[in-house]
Each structure stands twice: as structure tokens, then as C-alpha cells.
Design a binder for this molecule. Structure first.
Ligand SMILES: [Zn+2]
Length: 298
């Protein structure tokens, strides 16, 4: 019997929610497509730092747990549907996440996809009022997984560089980019805790039951499933270079959390809302990605 892999993570959305750097003039906010590329460019202009973030904007996430289950996504969805965990211990008027350093990522969380050994990541600290340990235990009790690997709290990170076609880690260090990241930490005020199937789990689910857990396009037999452009396995990076449509795996469960950077707006802070797993607004943005972004240039 097959096992299916899943990830529990905090999704960060630079396109719609953006992030803030207080140590740049005018309390700089970065938001929209290529927000991370712009941040790195502002840190070290002219060093190629702009090209470091090569993960597409829909895949920025802080992984918490990788688990395996005998359940297909639709079975798991039914199991976790009633979960309403408490994720905050009171109103939060500080960032939910803040970068602490830039370093090599301890592991690759793309479930066996082709990616760089030395992927680069932004390590994160989280607000002490953001409490997810109990939520993870609730999820674990409910799904009864076959394996359950938790990322140690001090290793919480978000992968920003996965494919390595440009700067190597050595070049990044030579340009003192990690030191500049530490001097200019960035803050995140919105996130989404979600359970997402691996690409393979989504694929097998479709083959076995016809249930679709993917939005956008993927590779089928070496071709883009949307426009049938020829794509070699190692070339697939989550986006079709011909039709510019993205692949996105639907979460089986998700909950949104936001805090406010401005304490005078605290009536809006500490919002925790359940949201439907299907995020159509993001899908629309994916289709509008400009063709001159760093995904399709050589
Ligand atoms: Zn295509």
C-alpha cells in the first residue's frame, strides 16, 4: 500500500501581503511579484543579489512538519475539516515572523524534485504569542500519520534559492549578503497555516480517483499539461516557460493569521480566520506574472 507525503507549513505570500524592512528608509514595504528580488537588490545593488530568490512567489513557506500517511488527500481533508486550533495566546501587535539570518537550508522540502544541494534560506524567529505546538499535536492525533518529522524550532526557515543557476553560496558570502540580511531583517504580519499534499500525492490521487489537487499546469509525460510545450524533467521549476502558467498544489486544510504592524490599528490585529483550501485569487496572479521575471531568463 502506498504512502503519501504531506507538508504542514506557514505559507508566506509576498504578492498579496508583502513584508516590511524597518532598517531601510521610510519603513520600506515590499509587496507584489518579485518582492524578494527587489529586497535583495536593495541590499546589495550590482552584485547579482537580485537573482538569488528563484523560488516562485506562490511557494514561499516555513515548513514545520513533513509526514506520510496512507490517506489520499480527499480522505485526509475529511479528517482535518473540523479542526479549529487556537494559534495565538492573545492580541499580536508585533511581526508573526522575522528573519534572523541567511544561511544554507538544512534540508530540501520539495519531495524529491530536482533541486540544489546547497539551497539558501532565510531563517525565522516567530512571535512568542504565535503558538502552534498544540495545533500540530491536534493535527497529528487526528490523522495518525505513518511518519512525522518535525523541524526543530531553531531551524525554522523559508527557502529562497532552490535551483542555483546563478550565484553560489560562496559568491553570496563573498559579497557579504548574509551580513546585510542580518542588518536589515524583514517582518511578516500575515501567514497561513496549511497542510499540503506533495506533488506526487496530488498526481497519484488524480490517477487513482480523478480528484484534482492541483491548480494551473504541471508536466505530463514530458510536456506542459496546459500548452504541450516540451519540458525535460530536470527543467521543470513549477512554471511553464512557454505559457507562463504555474503549478500549485491545493492545501487540504488552511487557516489564516494576521497581526498589525501599527499598534493603533489593534482592533484589526490578531485575526484568525478559517479559509477554504482553494485560493483562486492567487491563481489569477500567477497567470499575470510578467514574462521578464527571473524565472525564464537564461
Ligand atoms: Zn505551458
Amino acid at each position: 500500500m502506498a504512502y503519501y507525503s504531506y507538508l504542514i507549513s506557514f505559507a508566506l505570500d509576498p504578492v498579496q501581503s508583502g513584508f516590511i524592512c524597518r532598517n531601510l528608509p521610510n519603513y520600506k514595504q515590499f509587496k507584489g511579484l518579485n518582492a524578494f528580488n527587489e529586497y535583495f537588490d536593495m541590499l546589495k545593488p550590482g552584485t547579482g543579489a537580485k537573482s538569488i530568490p528563484d523560488v516562485w512567489p506562490g511557494y514561499y513557506r516555513i515548513a514545520l512538519v513533513q509526514f506520510q500517511s496512507r490517506d489520499l488527500p480527499q480522505v485526509l481533508e475529511e479528517k482535518v475539516k473540523p479542526l479549529r486550533p487556537k494559534l495565538t495566546s492573545g492580541p499580536i501587535q508585533e511581526p508573526l515572523f522575522k528573519t534572523s539570518k541567511m544561511d544554507i537550508s538544512p534540508e530540501c522540502f520539495r519531495f524529491g524534485e530536482e533541486c540544489l544541494k546547497e539551497s539558501m534560506a532565510l531563517y525565522m524567529t516567530h512571535s512568542s504569542k504565535l503558538t502552534f505546538g498544540t495545533a500540530l499535536e491536534e493535527i497529528r492525533r487526528r490523522i495518525n500519520p505513518e511518519t512525522w518529522i518535525m523541524i526543530p524550532e531553531e531551524e525554522l526557515h523559508m527557502v529562497i534559492h532552490l535551483y542555483g543557476r546563478r550565484l553560489t553560496w560562496q559568491q553570496v558570502e563573498e559579497n557579504h549578503i548574509p551580513a546585510s540580511v542580518m542588518a536589515h531583517p524583514i517582518e511578516f504580519y500575515q501567514t497561513r497555516l496549511e497542510i499540503i499534499p506533495s506533488r506526487n500525492a496530488a498526481k497519484w490521487s488524480y490517477e487513482e480517483t480523478g480528484d484534482l489537487w492541483r491548480l494551473g499546469v504541471t508536466t505530463l509525460g514530458g510536456y506542459c499539461s496546459g500548452c504541450w510545450h516540451r519540458i525535460r524533467r530536470k527543467e521543470w521549476r513549477g512554471v511553464c516557460p512557454a505559457c507562463m502558467q504555474y503549478e500549485r498544489v491545493k492545501p487540504v486544510w488552511s487557516v489564516s493569521i494576521s497581526s498589525s504592524p501599527d499598534s493603533s490599528k489593534d482592533s484589526n490585529s490578531n485575526r484568525t480566520t478559517m479559509e477554504p483550501p482553494l485560493d483562486l485569487s492567487s491563481l489569477r496572479l500567477e497567470k499575470q506574472l510578467p514574462s521578464n521575471n527571473n524565472f525564464d531568463s537564461p
